[in-house]
Design a protein around this ligand. Structure first.
Ligand code: SAM
Length: 293
């Protein structure tokens, strides 16, 4: 059977998705500004480049960025793809992306990545800081794997929970920063690995990402002439440490990159939801019972 005729999950939007979309619509202007502030931009660009560097692909790839936000990855990665498509459920962010980051090879549209169903398949699907915003992570991952060409790569960069100090910093931010969703669940490298394994991806790899550079990516700090230099230095130090110590940093880094390949001979049914409940589903249930809405 042709993959394009796969039955699709219903296009229903959960209350969680509506809240998340409304939040990003509301904060869109401030969110876009992060990539325009030199220190932030330096660190955010590094995060995206380091993430894509985890998968062995050339420059002639078709790429889908799921949860692309304001679409700056299309600009940062220009030259590393032959076609880029960005999808996000925030219409405001997509409006900005279309105005500022679209090009002859890069385009954007509004979609829920859980049920996005184009008539094409991609070599690489990239997600930067998206999975932890979703309430039905397995459904989204399943759908995205369906959209990969056989041999294609799913690669994501996610905040991870193993460093207690970083966990504390995030907990405080969830309480005091109205622009920061308090419904996120950070997934560990082990949880992402388990999730990708259950969906049949192969050659799964996880890498720590971001030690000193991540705060610059997240929080605009001034004065720019100083913080820009500091952000550049932090990026250089992070690159050196990540190359030297690799997985040893997994317990202390801010983020984790996880990638897996769709087998070249994958049947179209690949990505069917696993029967068993995994750690990610159990975390989502726990979150649903603790989060204040
Ligand atoms: C933390 S932001 C990251 C945005 C962008 N990747 C970046 O690095 O700037 C998370 C993004 O995921 C999007 N998002 C969350 N759930 C989504 C869904 N179900 N479908 C599409 N986009 C979603 C949000 O609108 C938001 O733009």
């Amino acid at each position: 059977m042709n993959p394009t005729t796969l039955p699709m999950p219903g296009k229903t939007r959960s209350a969680h998705e509506t809240r998340d979309r409304d939040l990003f619509d509301k904060i869109a202007a401030a969110y876009c500004r992060k990539d325009l502030i030199p220190a932030c931009r330096t660190a955010r660009r590094q995060r995206i480049e380091r993430t894509l560097a985890c998968v062995p692909v050339g420059p002639e790839i078709s790429m889908l960025e799921a949860g692309c936000g304001a679409g700056f990855a299309a600009t940062y990665l220009d030259g590393k793809y032959s076609a880029y498509r960005g999808e996000d459920h925030s219409a405001k962010l997509i409006e900005y992306a279309r105005a500022h980051n679209a090009g002859t090879r890069a385009s954007f549209d509004v979609a829920n990545i859980k049920d996005y169903n184009p008539r094409r398949r991609f070599d690489v699907i990239l997600m930067i800081g998206v999975l932890h915003h979703l309430d039905e992570i397995p459904l989204a991952v399943r759908n995205l794997i369906r959209l990969l060409r056989p041999g294609g790569w799913l690669v994501c960069n996610e905040p991870q929970p193993t460093n207690p100090l970083i966990r504390l910093a995030r907990r405080v931010r969830k309480r005091i920063d109205a622009q920061y969703s308090n419904e996120q669940i950070e997934l560990s490298a082990a949880e992402l690995r388990e999730l990708f394994t259950r969906f049949g991806l192969i050659d799964i790899r996880t890498r720590p990402q971001g030690l000193f550079s991540t705060p610059f990516a997240e929080v605009p700090m001034g004065p720019q002439p100083i913080t820009r230099s500091l952000a550049k230095a932090a990026c250089l130090v992070d690159t050196a440490l990540e190359s030297m110590f690799g997985r040893l940093l997994q317990r202390v880094s801010w983020n984790v990159v996880a990638a897996g390949q769709k087998p070249a001979n994958a049947p179209w049914t690949m990505g069917k939801p696993p029967d068993t409940q995994g750690r990610v589903e159990r975390r989502a249930v726990a979150r649903a019972t603790t989060v204040h809405t």
